[in-house]
Design a protein around this ligand. Structure first.
Ligand code: ATP
Length: 228
């Protein structure tokens, strides 16, 4: 799935109403199946960019074209459907449903996207992230790193065309960091999924051929960074 961002602007409002520009991106492009890492200091807008690409937040202006579809111009239900069917998202905060087990969270990821709940695929994904012994645990009964691995399995469950991963290895130990990373990269590689992955970890970044620093292509980042 190709991704093309053009003339994208996004700002937030401070409590006093003053706008704070966070994103000002003239052009950013990814080819279908490409895998890139996105680096940037804390607060420079990485999560905001992933949210805008996924249609979770709307840009103030500009376009995000995913396979030539401008997500921000879709109606809300169409945008939700597009996201559920085509985009896998590993959130920094995991967003697991607390009342459901690890296995059910992955199965729900499949059913939201309109796909069939495939128990054996869900179980296989969870065992690939090293959680075959935790299928029946609810998020509160899992460690933070285990929750993150469930979130990775869920994001892969609907066979997305674009995978957005926000620090998916931040809370796992180094052995599991490599497992999680390899799972994401190999699953994306096998299915030609375009992958944009945010990380602060040099050991993760150095494994990617394409490494993008948000500050290099985001005109809003420089003055903000300079003010810190
Ligand atoms: N809902 C919001 N309202 C106002 N400001 C916000 C909001 N969300 C984020 N911000 C601000 O926008 C900037 C970018 O935030 P964002 O979460 O995109 O950064 P980030 O690069 O992902 O940071 P980190 O690496 O710490 O996760 C930050 O300065 C943040 O304080």
């Amino acid at each position: 799935m190709s991704l093309l961002i053009e003339n994208l602007k996004k700002s937030y409002r401070q409590p006093d109403g003053t706008p704070v520009p966070v994103l000002d991106i003239e052009r950013f492009e990814m080819r279908g199946g490409e895998q890139a890492v996105l680096l940037g200091s804390s607060g420079c807008g990485k999560t905001t960019l992933l949210n805008v690409i996924a249609g979770i937040r709307s840009p103030d202006s500009g376009q995000v074209l995913i396979d030539n579809v401008d997500v921000s111009r879709l109606s809300e239900p169409a945008r939700d459907r597009f996201r559920a069917e085509r985009i896998g998202f590993v959130f920094q905060t995991f967003n697991l449903l607390p009342a459901f087990t690890a296995l059910e969270n992955v199965l729900l990821g499949m059913s939201f996207s309109g796909g069939k709940s495939d128990r054996s695929r869900a179980t296989e994904l969870l065992s690939r992230v090293g959680l075959s012994h935790r299928l029946g645990n609810k998020p509160a009964q899992l460690s933070v790193g285990e929750r993150q691995r469930v979130a990775v399995a869920r994001a892969l469950a609907n066979s997305p065309s674009l995978m957005l991963a926000d620090e998916p290895t931040a809370n796992v130990d180094s052995a599991n960091q490599q497992n999680v990373l390899e799972l994401i990269r190999s699953a994306c590689g096998e299915q030609n999924v375009t992958l944009l992955l945010v990380t602060h970890a040099p050991a993760v970044a150095e494994q990617f051929d394409r490494v993008e620093k948000l500050v290099d292509f985001n005109k809003a980042a420089a003055p903000l960074g300079a003010a810190v």
